[in-house]
Design a protein around this ligand. Structure first.
Ligand code: FAD
Length: 561
């Protein structure tokens, strides 16, 4: 009997997870088509002359053990200090042993046969699966390793640093001014006593949780930079997913709990996602995870075609029967028959390329979906020059990333890649590698700016807010990522029309972030792919469980705290 084929559009976290899970648990052959020349989608790592950029900064943290264990099975937790651990005095919980389950012996490249044993009973159905017990890897000696990193991100505002998420401490009150802090307190109390009834939009959502004055100070300008439209036009769903369960009261409670906690792991598991103070990170950034997964699935029988765009999805009798793929270099097109189709591409594109054409209402909703795009200016510096008010100039800062609150510059956030992993920077001791993040619109003024002009703008803005000096810039590059954020406006409210239509097609699976038009992090993007394969294994045709992922309450992988 011919082997069944699952065509997967996109080699990002969701597409590659689907490929891995299909190999692990079914006899279906995955064929992944990726339109670009990069593995990892938004979670790729861009390598510029040995200095690596992570688009947006990808913390590896999930409340789902299924996802956490999956990641550690690919890149095991570190068992020894990283290059900068002693230097920065980092506290790390080292692993001692790693138990790795490989899809097939070929994945365990360089491992002697004696070290491997056959996986007897496991979630992996693949008869070639093997297991290896080994000491946890030393990041100074091996590359396939997951680092544990401290999280620090702060807000830079009027030449002061403020904690992120905002907590009201004595220091913060001093920086804001005591009178201002008093008014913030009053405005918070007022919001608690007389909350706004209609929380449809973000301004009300933030005001009810933080008070109007704190919202104006710390949330309004930054959020508007991210989305490019006023907060009173952005639906609160984004805020609800972005800062799940967070409020000023909880932020204060967590700060106190943290100080008193004797069991860090437990405290961390129970914490709201926005407040996590340590996270995991691959030695060479998020792309390393997905490049490693790609290598493994290829060795175990998947095909991964790069620079190959899915250009058409064809249905016969209500099922996907083939897809047209196009080589983006040669323009050559080919129609490939498939038994299953996984889409991680933007819904707008998928619906637009389906034949026969879906009902007009479905097409209209898909076409109305909106996105926000992302641009990073990478700057290699000999040092920073951070002028915090009342302090000596700092040449280094401990943050992973910093929110730029000032309204008179367009840069939204600054990543300091040295602090994510020293291995992201070619010479981490003598240079500082940063990423200036701009939230933009594809085709807008910043998007179309020539790279050099964009670099000049970035350097100028950072000098203006007192962060660096032009003379310290050694090298620079620009990176553009279209459709980084699925927007919660446009036709978003009618997304159910598309969902209900695609759910009638039994072998079509919409998974991931843009694939479902949802603000999913890697873990939720992966879970949708895992659960799609669960459904195939269980013969389940109703796909509503995929759409329930990341709706916190209905999310069955969620830990009970
Ligand atoms: C600024 C920012 C910060 C983030 N921070 C975190 C974080 O800290 N932690 C975390 O876990 N997650 C984070 N995320 C989210 C994470 O990036 C996504 O959840 C994840 O990348 C989504 O995976 P995906 O496979 O669904 O989609 P994508 O990563 O978008 O991958 C989709 C792939 O499909 C390809 N494609 C599109 N159309 C086609 C086509 N027609 N044919 C073939 N290929 C196609 C694309 O080129 C892309 O490679 C962040 C995202 C952003 C934007």
């Amino acid at each position: 009997m011919d082997q069944k084929i699952a065509l997967i559009a996109g080699a990002g976290p969701a597409g590659l997870t689907a490929a891995y899970e299909l190999l692990a648990r079914t006899d279906i052959k995955p064929l992944v088509c990726e339109s670009t020349d990069a593995i990892g989608g938004i979670a790729q790592t861009f390598n510029y002359k040995g200095n690596r950029i992570d688009i947006g900064g990808h913390r590896f943290f999930s409340k789902s053990d299924r996802v956490m264990n999956w990641w550690f099975n690919i890149l095991p937790k570190q068992g020894a200090p990283a290059a900068d651990t002693a230097d920065k005095n980092h506290e790390i919980e080292y692993a001692t042993e790693a138990v790795i389950k490989y899809l097939c012996p070929e994945c365990a490249d360089g491992v002697t046969e004696g070290e491997l044993r056959i996986a007897e009973k496991s979630d992996i159905r693949n008869p070639h699966s093997v297991i290896r017990n080994r000491p946890a890897p030393d990041p100074e000696k091996e590359d396939a390793v997951m680092l544990q990193r401290p999280r620090l991100s702060r807000i830079f505002y009027r030449k002061h640093f403020f904690p992120y998420p905002i907590t009201i401490t004595l220091n913060v009150a001093r920086r804001l001014g005591l009178w201002n802090t008093f008014l913030i307190g009053l405005s918070y109390i007022r919001a608690q006593m007389f909350p706004l009834k209609d929380e449809t939009y973000l301004d009300a959502f933030f005001t009810n949780r933080f008070g109007h004055r704190l919202y104006k100070t710390f949330f309004e300008k930054y959020t508007e930079k991210v989305w490019g439209i006023p907060c009173n036009q952005i639906r609160a769903d984004w805020g609800a997913q972005r800062i799940k369960g967070l409020s000023l009261k909880r932020a204060v409670v967590h700060a106190v709990k943290d100080l008193l906690s004797s069991d860090f792991s437990k405290a961390q598991q129970e914490r709201e996602t926005s407040l996590i103070t340590r996270f995991f990170y691959p030695k060479f950034g998020p792309g390393q995870m997905w490049e490693t997964v790609t290598e493994q699935v290829k060795k175990c029988g998947a095909e991964v075609r790069m620079k190959t765009r899915v250009a058409g999805v064809h249905l016969t009798d209500g099922k996907v029967t083939s897809a047209t793929v196009e080589n983006i270099e040669t323009g050559k097109r080919e129609e490939i028959a498939c038994d299953y189709f996984f889409s991680t591409m933007p819904i707008k594109h998928l619906v637009g390329m389906m034949t026969p054409r879906p009902p007009a209402t479905v097409v209209e909703v898909a076409e109305g979906l909106q996105y926000r795009d992302f641009l990073t200016v990478g700057l290699l510096l000999s040092k920073l020059h951070v002028q915090e008010r009342g302090k000596v100039v700092a040449e280094r800062v401990p943050d992973n990333w910093i929110y730029i609150q000032e309204g008179d510059v367009r840069v939204g956030r600054v990543q300091i890649f040295n602090n994510w992993s020293p291995y992201m920077v070619k010479d981490w001791k003598n240079t500082v590698w940063i990423g200036l993040e701009y939230f933009v619109n594809e085709g807008g003024d910043l998007w179309i700016k020539p790279d050099q002009d964009m670099i000049d703008l970035g350097v100028h803005e950072m000098e203006k807010i007192g962060f660096l000096q032009k003379a310290d810039v050694l090298d620079a590059c620009v990176l553009r990522m279209p459709k980084a954020y699925p927007a919660y406006w446009g036709s978003f409210e009618q997304l159910h029309v598309v969902r209900d239509y695609v759910n009638t097609i039994p072998n079509l699976y919409l998974v991931g972030r843009n694939g479902m038009h949802r603000y999913n992090n890697q873990d939720h993007s992966m879970l949708t792919a895992m659960m799609a394969v669960d459904n195939i294994c269980e013969g389940r045709t109703d796909k509503m469980n995929l759409w329930d992922v990341n709706l916190e309450m209905a999310y069955h992988e969620e830990k009970k705290s």
